[in-house]
Design a binder for this molecule. Sequence first.
Ligand SMILES: Nc1nc2c(ncn2[C@@H]2O[C@H](COP(=O)(O)OP(=O)(O)OP(=O)(O)O)[C@@H](O)[C@H]2O)c(=O)[nH]1
Ligand SMILES: [Mg+2]
Length: 200
Amino acid sequence: MMEGYREIYKIKTVVVGANAVGKTSLIRRYVTHKFSEEYSATVGMDITVKEIDLAFGLVSHHIVIALHDLAGQYRFESLHKSFLKGADAAIIVCAQDDPESIFGKKDIHSDMVITTNDWIERIEMANPNTYVPKLLVMNKSDLDQNEISDSEIKKICNENRILAAYRTSAKTGENVDKVFNVIAGIPLIRDNVKFSRRAP
Ligand SMILES: Nc1nc2c(ncn2[C@@H]2O[C@H](COP(=O)(O)OP(=O)(O)OP(=O)(O)O)[C@@H](O)[C@H]2O)c(=O)[nH]1
Ligand SMILES: [Mg+2]
């Protein structure tokens, strides 16, 4: 690396899962360190960009994480393919008090059910011939109600080549930074993520 230069990586991360599991809340916690009890469903999708610097000794990396937050409601299903296309990483979010968010949730607007496995399949179909690293996030760990065991989570991860799984809370912040730190590390070991060099 030339002196005075730093590596810049851009990573498109898609955040998917059933409605009301906390996708938007996790992004808000990570980016603004805030949490709200109020539920305001995402309409269509939102994009939030977070830039971070990671230094490994004398080498500094600048990472631009574009977080694509998809509405969980199925009436936005027509957006899925274009949303998922070109993803460099995916976060699949479920909620520990809501087993349907993992095993299939019926939508209020239709009879459709999308399971965690369906999300994984859709991510793969939208990105043929590429491996998209996937994280499974079991959110709302602050709640006493926990319907999903560690062994069930591990089974899903083993069956679907999931890179990492965390229990998180957007409310308390538990493990939220860890999830996004895994994301930030992904482009550093992949050479096909958009990459450029510029003086700091
Ligand atoms: N207790 C608790 N509540 C949470 C947590 N994360 C989110 N919530 C609440 O769950 C509700 C839904 O959160 P959102 O972040 O809007 O969920 P979403 O997955 O973005 O939902 P859609 O946009 O409809 O797909 C809100 O009332 C949040 O306050 C959490 O970690 N713990
Ligand atoms: Mg949302």
